[in-house]
Design a protein around this ligand. Structure first.
Ligand SMILES: [Zn+2]
Length: 152
């Protein structure tokens, strides 16, 4: 998943901060439940894709959660906390400033990735962790159709 894709905003807050440690601990790097659910929903719709792949033309170090190569669609599943979802984004109570910088760095990097991939001809789709996987999958299938040339 995307949780680890952030720009390091500087030294980690004191290790004594239990809250920080707790947030860090619940961070999974990939194959998070929202990702798995979306992948399952896409599979059910007959889509084939690469998982955790580096798109051609993009920065090799920035992995895409679901990569649909033909129509060049790059799907990210963004966690509500790390990517500051407008509905569920929060700042931990302790080390607020540090977290604010850290999370702002994540968002900055997201937008930077979007710009880079768009420039390379990819359509970037971002799915929130809280979104219904079937709704998101329908949206993606629609985009795939729109970007796939009809067969002759
Ligand atoms: Zn959310």
């Amino acid at each position: 998943m995307n949780a680890y894709r952030y720009v390091d905003p500087g030294p980690t807050p004191p290790a004594s901060s239990a809250a920080t440690a707790k947030v860090m601990r619940r961070t999974k790097r990939r194959d998070t439940r929202p990702e798995l659910r979306l992948r399952k929903a896409l599979h059910r719709r007959g889509l084939r894709f690469l998982v955790d792949a580096a798109p051609r033309g993009g920065n090799r170090r920035r992995r895409v959660d679901v990569l649909i190569r033909g129509p060049r669609i790059a799907v990210f599943v963004d966690g509500c906390f790390w990517h500051s979802c407008p509905e569920h984004g929060t700042l931990p109570k302790s080390n607020r400033e540090w977290w604010a910088r850290k999370l702002a760095g994540v968002v900055r990097r997201d937008r930077d990735t979007d710009a880079e991939l768009t420039k390379a001809g990819w359509l970037v789709v971002r799915v929130w962790e809280h979104e219904d996987p079937d709704t998101a999958a329908d949206r993606i299938v629609h985009l795939v159709r729109a970007r796939t040339r009809p067969r002759r």
